[in-house]
Design a binder for this molecule. Structure first.
Ligand SMILES: CCCCC/C=C\C/C=C\CC/C=C/CC(=O)SCCNC(=O)CCNC(=O)[C@H](O)C(C)(C)COP(=O)(O)OP(=O)(O)OC[C@H]1O[C@@H](n2cnc3c(N)ncnc32)[C@H](O)[C@@H]1OP(=O)(O)O
Length: 292
């Protein structure tokens, strides 16, 4: 176990020389795919960006995707974008969560790069001063739910899609920062009930417990409601808004700033264990069987 910790630290410290961790885009070591995995469309009148995840078939969160997302957020911040609406180009999936292929039979240093990229990109989205809305136009399990929870407001297309942190159903544990995001939305009681059972909520159930803020019947309505939410801030001074958001989200931000390496070590430790690897193998087989 200690060996895993040491080798993970070694990979990161060898590359970056200190305990301070890299920004989301700095791990980009391969040539980027010319086809973007994320499309950005900024409305010239309102300055609001629609960020569309476009990584078929199910928008899994892998290192290239997360790097691109981190880069998009950075760019939108630089351009003083007025709002960010996160949605999907798929008709049925918002995001299927973490790409299991980043963890299955992956060397420890690759897992470490993957997780660090996830941590950094999550932190960028979670703490950005830009008003953020998730227009959830499809299923959002696990990491897909985390993406939505990291936004300030969630509009979900109902009734047929589902959302939730289902990790325990897969025999794994949602890390504390996933849990903090859930607790901020639905409170401690509903969080414990939801996470211990790994419950996936229907859109209506999600609305009832406050996991999403609004239900609509199609993507167009979701985008329209997202724009309305962002318009609420037209007259709010941006710095006051940004600092208030940071104060409100202090627990998650502090967790990640202070515990990033510990969180990474735990992840690599758990994900590379034989039982997790066996779990992933069985889960991947089940997914493949279902899709054939
Ligand atoms: C599962 C064990 C993981 C063990 C990890 C161990 C330790 C880690 C420790 C801590 C980390 C904790 C955090 C985890 C957060 C996560 O996000 S884990 C991922 C959880 N995601 C899911 O459970 C969703 C799985 N997918 C689905 O339920 C369905 O795909 C869907 C989203 C509802 C869509 O269904 P649909 O019918 O439209 O599509 P298919 O199911 O046919 O899928 C198409 C295609 O995509 C592949 N695929 C789907 N999801 C993933 C994924 N998360 N990773 C990789 N690949 C995925 C699927 O296999 C199909 O592939 P094909 O057959 O080759 O076409």
């Amino acid at each position: 176990m200690a060996g895993i910790y040491r080798s993970t630290r070694y990979v990161l410290q060898n590359a970056f020389g200190s305990r301070s961790l890299p920004g989301a885009v700095r791990f980009y070591s391969q040539k980027p795919d010319p086809a973007p995995l994320i499309n950005v469309d900024v409305d010239s009148k309102t300055g609001v960006a629609t960020v569309t995840m476009n990584s078929p078939p199910v928008n899994t969160l892998n290192t290239p995707f997360l790097n691109e997302m981190g880069g998009v957020i950075k760019e939108l911040e630089k351009n003083k974008t007025r709002g960010l609406i996160l949605t999907s180009s798929s008709n049925s999936v918002f995001s299927a969560g973490l790409d299991i292929m980043e963890m299955y039979k992956a060397p420890r240093d690759q897992m470490a790069v993957f997780w660090t990229t996830l941590q950094n990109t999550w932190l960028s989205l979670y703490r950005t001063g830009i008003p953020t809305v998730a227009a959830i136009n499809g299923h959002a399990p696990a990491g897909g739910c985390l993406l939505a929870l990291s936004c300030e407001y969630r509009v979900m297309v109902g009734p047929k899609f589902t959302i939730g942190l289902n990790e325990t159903q897969l025999g794994i544990v949602a890390p504390p920062w996933f849990l903090i995001c859930m607790r901020e939305a639905v409170g401690p009681r509903q969080t414990e009930l939801a996470l211990t059972s790994g419950k996936m909520f229907t859109a209506t159930e999600a609305l009832n417990i406050g996991l999403v803020d609004q239900l609509v019947s199609n993507k167009e309505e979701a985008l329209a409601e997202a724009h309305k939410f962002i318009a609420r801030f037209a007259k709010i001074p941006p710095l006051a808004r940004k600092l208030t958001k940071e104060f409100t989200r202090q627990e998650g931000i502090k967790y990640m700033e202070e515990k990033m390496l510990d969180d990474l070590e735990t992840f690599v430790d758990v994900a590379s264990s034989p039982s997790a690897q066996k779990g992933m193998e069985m889960y991947l087989e089940a997914l493949k069987k279902k899709s054939t």
